[in-house]
Write a protein that binds this ligand. Structure first.
Ligand SMILES: *[C@@H]1O[C@H](CO)[C@@H](O)[C@H](O)[C@H]1NC(C)=O
Ligand SMILES: *[C@@H]1O[C@H](CO)[C@@H](O)[C@H](O)[C@H]1NC(C)=O
Ligand SMILES: *[C@@H]1O[C@H](CO)[C@@H](O)[C@H](O)[C@H]1NC(C)=O
Ligand SMILES: *[C@@H]1O[C@H](CO)[C@@H](O)[C@H](O)[C@H]1NC(C)=O
Ligand SMILES: *[C@@H]1O[C@H](CO)[C@@H](O)[C@H](O)[C@H]1NC(C)=O
Length: 393
């Protein structure tokens, strides 16, 4: 009797554990590409590149969603050295922690209806230049490696060998500096896949605009220029752009997007918090430090600041439309979801991806609109015209 009872308990525990395990099934291991070190395809500190891969299933076995992780940039030896020690691993794979696969990465249909059963990959970011750098020389004093482009190629080659080379559908996504990488690499990625596969690109919070800051200058352009110089990114930027303008400007999507042939869907907030904090009101442009409270929490913004934010929104939309060019009339090749959340990156965040009413447009979540666009089911160019001010999402 007692033994039966214990047995029963053991069974119950086992079932519970199995249930818990399914619950945690979005725990995806890191893969380090040790063989890449010999090819010099390494993180800033020389450590091997890494990615996380969750295998597709069912009808998704031959579909691939490749996401390029974001995490700012480093524009000087000093800031790249600091980056190497950042605990989130954006300069070294030795410090990387696993990302949880939520939002667009989730393997659960109810959380990610369009892509849950696809092969889902996160390319981990550790180079500091949106995967564009390629400098052969390593400074012995710092041991810094500027090799982001090699990392992109090495991870992509590994995925191609794992089945991406015969994908029926593929989506290149990325957030922030990874979203910028999506724009920069979109056509190259397309070219690696069979002509018969359906390939599209979705930059999330990667549409950084070239507009004047609160001091009337372009401080952020200087930052972009320094990144491109330090990492020798020019050789990996589209020559259609670098032949026409300074390489630093070719980090701005508005000058690249018009030349991209592959379909692109831009997800961005018109009040993107990173852009407000670093492009509109960077510290260097705010000599009286009058914006820090407002940047920290938009409910602290003065009426003048709110007006300036609205002007930024107008500039953002104007710039976006110029980047979309003539193809803006063709929602198959160019889609967009531009809401008003005071936030940055929305696809990997379960709430923004599918849930929060404040991040929806026309009562549709980002997840629905991106799927509709990928499968060419509906009009997919949405800009929030209802909210005149930034929203907390
Ligand atoms: C980074 O960490 C290493 C090891 O802890 C240390 O030796 C080095 O001085 C640190 N570098 C910076 C720039 O903080
Ligand atoms: C991932 O999820 C676990 C469990 O829900 C949580 O404890 C952890 O902080 C999450 N990690 C990240 C990086 O969000
Ligand atoms: C911003 O401030 C408001 C009002 O003080 C507060 O309710 C809200 O929680 C704050 N938001 C954040 C993100 O801290
Ligand atoms: C719209 O773009 C798609 C994909 O680039 C293309 O196949 C189609 O011909 C375009 N349609 C029009 C009306 O230009
Ligand atoms: C397209 O979107 C409209 C407006 O949101 C909706 O009413 C309609 O049902 C959608 N059509 C399809 C085929 O999903």
């Amino acid at each position: 009797m007692v033994i039966t009872f214990i047995r029963l308990c053991q069974w119950l525990c086992l079932i519970l554990l199995m249930l818990l395990k399914t619950e945690c099934s979005d725990d995806v291991e890191m893969t380090f590409i040790h063989s890449a070190v010999a090819k010099g395809a390494v993180c800033l500190d020389g450590s091997p590149p890494a990615y996380q891969f969750d295998q597709g299933f069912g009808e998704g076995v031959d579909k691939w969603l490749i996401h390029i992780q974001g995490g700012g940039w480093c524009e000087s030896t000093k800031s790249c050295l600091l980056r190497v020690n950042k605990s989130n691993g954006v300069g070294s794979s030795t410090l990387m922690q696993k990302f949880n696969f939520t939002g667009v990465f989730s393997s659960k249909q109810e959380f990610n209806p369009g892509f849950y059963n696809w092969n889902r990959v996160i390319m981990r970011y550790c180079d500091g230049a949106s995967f564009t750098g390629d400098v052969e020389k390593v400074d012995p004093a710092t041991n810094l490696h500027y090799r982001g482009a090699r990392i992109f190629n090495v991870i992509l080659d590994e995925l191609l060998a794992k089945g991406l080379n015969t994908a029926s559908s593929a989506l290149l996504t990325g957030c922030s500096s990874g979203g910028l990488a999506v724009i920069l690499y979109c056509d190259k990625f397309r070219a690696k896949l069979p002509a018969t596969s359906q390939v599209k690109c979705v930059p999330d919070a990667g549409y950084f605009v070239h507009v004047k800051d609160i001091s009337g200058k372009y401080h952020f352009e200087k930052f972009f220029t320094k990144i491109v110089k330090l990492h020798n990114s020019e050789i990996n930027l589209p020559s259609s752009c670098t032949s026409k303008m300074k390489p630093g400007l070719c980090f701005y999507p508005e000058f690249i997007l018009p030349t991209i042939k592959t379909p692109v869907f831009v997800i961005n907030s018109a009040y993107d918090s990173y852009q407000v904090q670093n492009i509109l009101a960077p510290e260097k442009a705010d000599s009286h430090d009058s914006w820090s409270a407002c940047k920290l929490n938009i409910s602290n913004c003065s009426p003048t600041q709110l007006k300036r934010l609205q002007d930024f929104r107008s500039d953002f939309i104007k710039t976006l439309k110029s980047g979309m060019g003539r193809s803006v009339s063709n929602s198959t090749s160019r889609g967009m979801f531009i809401n008003s959340c005071y936030s940055h990156c929305q696809t990997g965040n379960q709430i923004n991806w599918l849930g929060d009413p404040a991040s929806k447009l026309d009562n549709k979540a980002i997840a629905e609109v991106v799927s509709d666009w990928f499968y060419e089911r509906n009009t997919t160019q949405l800009i929030d015209r209802r909210h005149k001010l930034p929203q907390q999402c």
